[in-house]
Design a protein around this ligand. Structure first.
Ligand code: C2E
Ligand code: CA
Ligand code: CA
Ligand code: CA
Length: 278
């Protein structure tokens, strides 16, 4: 038994070392990923359910490691944040989005592109400058840009947040409250936070059809948002029944695999073009 115990211990330590080494390797590669052009942006369409019109897309960061291939954002985003590189990478995302966004909106008319903003980016104070500069150099309309923030950022930065956000809103950039319902979301955020858009987390959408209480909450959330002048996006919509339910309760937009997975910018362009033909 003693033998076995020791082997187990050795197993765990070697496993631990392997993970730690892998993480170190990723960190080393992440430092060069931006200059090496290994990042890319995928777009996931946001759609009006009854007309199936594409109103815009969420920009999602992708990283292709030269040896390990695609790494999940769930892994590399926190690493970037730990390394103090996330704000810089998000600055790059904003620039890219504005530059292809300008081309796409010139071609198709108004579309809104949302970018995810981390707490560290929000804190550095460069967010506003990054956005102003990207809008200026691309000459994309500010109305076509949206920032997505999660409520934990709001909890940490309630005081400074409203200033930056009001200024962004003044120039026409929309503000979305992301992942609502993922944690212990509080309705008071809706009161204090100047959101234009509320994104209901996939966790609420997953049980929409099977769980009546869950459905009642989503229904009320949509009503409440509308009373506050806030539009609602349902995230992670995968099934037709979820879509029908969301249409019944007047949810404004849906995003999810049912209509489309995140895709390269060129594919998004085709996706929009195909839906404008008829
Ligand atoms: P998020 O902001 O909640 O983005 C939505 C995630 O849900 C995306 O995962 C998307 O691919 C996935 N998704 C969308 N529809 C469905 C569906 O129907 N079913 C399922 N199972 N999943 C769906 P992704 O691209 O892996 O991104 C994960 C997270 O990484 C994002 O969650 C966001 O928090 C973070 N992230 C991505 N890009 C950035 C960025 O530029 N900055 C920051 N701070 N975070 C980012
Ligand atoms: Ca998001
Ligand atoms: Ca989300
Ligand atoms: Ca209703």
């Amino acid at each position: 038994a003693k033998e076995k115990g020791r082997n187990n211990f050795e197993f765990y330590t070697s496993e631990f070392n392997r993970e730690a080494r892998f993480k170190l390797e990723l960190e080393k590669s992440l430092r060069r990923a931006l200059i090496n052009g290994e990042f890319d942006i995928h777009l996931q369409p946001q759609i009006i359910p009854h007309s199936e019109t594409v109103v815009g897309a969420e920009a999602l960061l992708r990283w292709k490691h030269p040896r390990h291939g695609f790494i999940s954002p769930a892994i590399f985003i926190p690493l970037l944040e730990d390394l103090g590189l996330l704000a810089g990478v998000e600055g790059w995302v904003i620039n890219q989005v504005c530059s292809f966004g300008k081309k796409l909106t010139d071609k198709f008319g108004e579309l809104r592109f949302s970018v995810n903003i981390s707490g560290s980016h929000f804190k550095t104070g460069n967010l506003k400058e990054n956005i102003y500069l990207a809008l200026q150099s691309s000459s994309m309309d500010a109305n076509c840009l949206e920032v997505e923030l999660t409520e934990d950022i709001m909890i940490e930065h309630v005081n400074d947040s409203s200033n930056i956000l009001s200024e962004l809103k003044e120039i026409g950039v929309s503000v979305a409250l992301d992942d609502f319902g993922k944690g212990y979301s509080s309705l008071s955020y809706l009161k204090d936070f100047p959101a234009d858009i509320l994104k209901i987390d996939k966790a609420f959408i997953d049980n929409l059809v099977t769980d009546k209480r869950n459905a009642a909450i989503v229904d009320s959330l949509v009503d409440l948002s509308h009373k506050l002048g806030i539009k609602v996006v349902a995230e992670g919509v995968e099934e037709k029944q979820q879509l029908s339910q969301l249409m019944k309760i007047d949810c404004d937009y849906v995003q999810g695999y049912y209509f489309a997975k995140p895709m390269p910018v060129s594919e998004f362009e085709e996706f929009v073009a195909n839906r404008r033909k008829h």
